[in-house]
Design a protein around this ligand. Structure first.
Ligand SMILES: Nc1ncnc2c1ncn2[C@@H]1O[C@H](COP(=O)(O)OP(=O)(O)OP(=O)(O)O)[C@@H](O)[C@H]1O
Ligand SMILES: [Mg+2]
Length: 475
């Protein structure tokens, strides 16, 4: 490049423009012929359109640049709208080396001043930007196809990671015949802070779930090879306040997926349910909370009519049996089964279905079978392991910070007390400014419940007995 620049400046001063042009063309041809490299230019604007590949390369190089940030001389930093992450980029006229399948390539970001235009229909940037890819001629074929595909995939992934994620719901006037036909989902940015670190469940079970999720997310070729739709179902069951909703948020944060919180009582028919499904995107978690309260199971369980629309003392409004023909009962169990496992369930890919329930025995076995609900996760009352996590997260106490006597006391009472993680965290929040007081108060509360305080007994007996029975069935 240096020699070329020198020749250019020499020619500019001595020879007329037409001669210079012919000479440079000839010189370039000769040098290209003898060079072992070939070059590909990717300009920012291709004619009048923005070049998608330019944006992809820029994003792709941002991850490579980030990795070499400490050694690189100069990088440019950007942060786009709707993004909470800063991306690194190659500074103007800087170069960066990358390797793909053992082949080294060089990227150069070339920025030149655009000649001023008197008139243009479309504003164009003052600078002409482009990337130049230098690759050995012998590796050209290998690079052009697979490397550029790899760049496009990786750029898509980075874009998704940088973009804020959304929580969608169909409940606020989101019916298909509403004022916004074709947009059945309402979205808000998803900011739930729950992660697998903050989730207080048995660490071994946690590791199993995380491994399962990771395996699913990276399993495209497996699902393709086995002819299965790339989706997975999780059933979360357990008493209120044991972390079912928190786990869904943790799953979404772990995989960087959007969440579609499907309020099935707002869906008036099976076909509407199918349309909602069609409007969901890949890399998302489709959630139906309290499934036993949301759907009429009578088309499969004629003899179990009393189970439907149970009113739960709590936080949601469940429909009454008087709902009209277009009311909540209009989605049938078979509609839901088709939703999770029918042909339409694979109209997108990489999707997770999560159903939650407090009463797993109310669910039809057809809904629970593998392929629909592949993993059944029991979230139980607070165990000793979960308690340790809550103590660490809420008041910053590790096991070593407590004396052996207190630990033994916790271990002895926590199982019998039958407190949910929500109950435990409530006590800890109340006294979070005085850590040791929080520990003392928690111990008092646990003992009170374990010793058969009236309130405690109700919680312990119902849930423990009930879930012991179901654990035999589901674990
Ligand atoms: N396993 C847990 N780990 C950490 N925090 C938890 C856990 N379970 C409950 N909590 C805390 O208790 C609160 C309630 O939990 P969450 O809403 O996840 O319970 P849930 O099982 O979904 O209850 P419901 O059945 O009533 O919907 C959350 O704000 C969370 O902070
Ligand atoms: Mg919940």
């Amino acid at each position: 490049m240096g020699v070329l620049a020198f020749c250019q400046s020499l020619l500019t001063t001595i020879f007329p423009p037409s001669f210079r042009y012919t000479f440079l063309k000839f010189f370039n041809r000769i040098s290209n012929y003898f060079s072992c490299y070939c070059y590909f230019d990717i300009t920012e604007i291709d004619g009048v359109n923005t070049n998608e590949l330019y944006n992809a390369v820029q994003l792709y190089l941002s991850s490579t640049a980030a990795a070499t940030a400490a050694s690189a001389g100069r990088l440019s930093l950007t942060r786009s709208i709707n993004s909470s992450a800063v991306t690194f980029g190659l500074a103007h006229n800087d170069t960066l080396f990358d390797t793909f399948k053992g082949v080294a390539v060089q990227w150069e970001h070339i920025v030149t001043q655009r000649p001023s235009q008197s008139f243009s229909w479309r504003p164009v940037p003052d600078e002409k930007r482009g990337f130049s890819l230098r690759v050995k001629k012998s590796a050209k074929d290998m690079v052009l196809g697979p490397y550029l595909d790899h760049i496009m995939d990786r750029a898509g992934e980075i874009r998704r990671l940088n973009q804020d994620r959304y929580l969608y719901t169909n409940s606020r006037g989101g019916s298909m015949d509403s004022a916004r036909p074709g947009h059945p989902w309402e979205a808000v940015p998803f900011k739930h802070p729950s992660t697998f670190d903050t989730l207080a469940i048995d660490p071994r079970r946690k590791a199993e779930i995380m491994a399962d999720l990771k395996e699913f997310a990276s399993g495209e070729s497996f699902y393709r090879a086995t002819g299965r739709a790339w989706k997975r179902g999780y059933l979360l069951y357990g008493p209120p306040g044991t972390g079912k909703s928190s786990m869904i948020a943790a799953m979404a944060n772990y995989l960087n997926y959007d969440i579609y919180d499907l309020e099935i009582t707002e869906v008036s028919s099976n076909s509407e349910l199918r349309k909602l499904l069609m409007k969901t995107t890949s890399k998302s978690i489709i959630v139906i909370e309290d499934i036993d309260c949301s759907i009429d199971l009578s088309d499969r369980q004629k003899d179990n009519k009393h189970s439907k629309y149970r009113q739960r003392g709590g936080h949601r409004n469940y429909p009454s049996p008087d709902d009209g023909p277009h009311g909540p009962g209009s989605v049938t169990l078979s509609g839901l089964l088709n939703f999770t496992d029918g042909l339409w369930s694979c109209c997108g890919s990489e999707r997770i279905f999560v159903f939650t329930t407090n009463h797993v025995e109310k669910l039809d076995p057809a809904l629970l079978r593998c392929g629909r609900m592949d993993m059944h996760i029991h979230l139980s009352n607070c165990s000793f392991e979960a308690l340790k996590i809550l103590l660490r997260n809420y008041v910053g106490l590790e096991e070593n910070d407590l004396d052996s006597e207190t630990i033994a006391e916790f271990e002895a009472v926590v199982g019998k007390a039958g407190m949910t993680p929500a109950d435990v965290s409530e006590v800890l929040i109340r006294h979070r400014r005085e850590r040791m007081k929080a520990v003392k108060e928690l111990l008092v509360e646990l003992k009170r419940r374990a010793e058969g305080d009236k309130e405690g007994n109700v919680v312990v007996d119902d849930d423990e007995l009930y879930f012991k029975e179901n654990d035999k069935k589901f674990n």
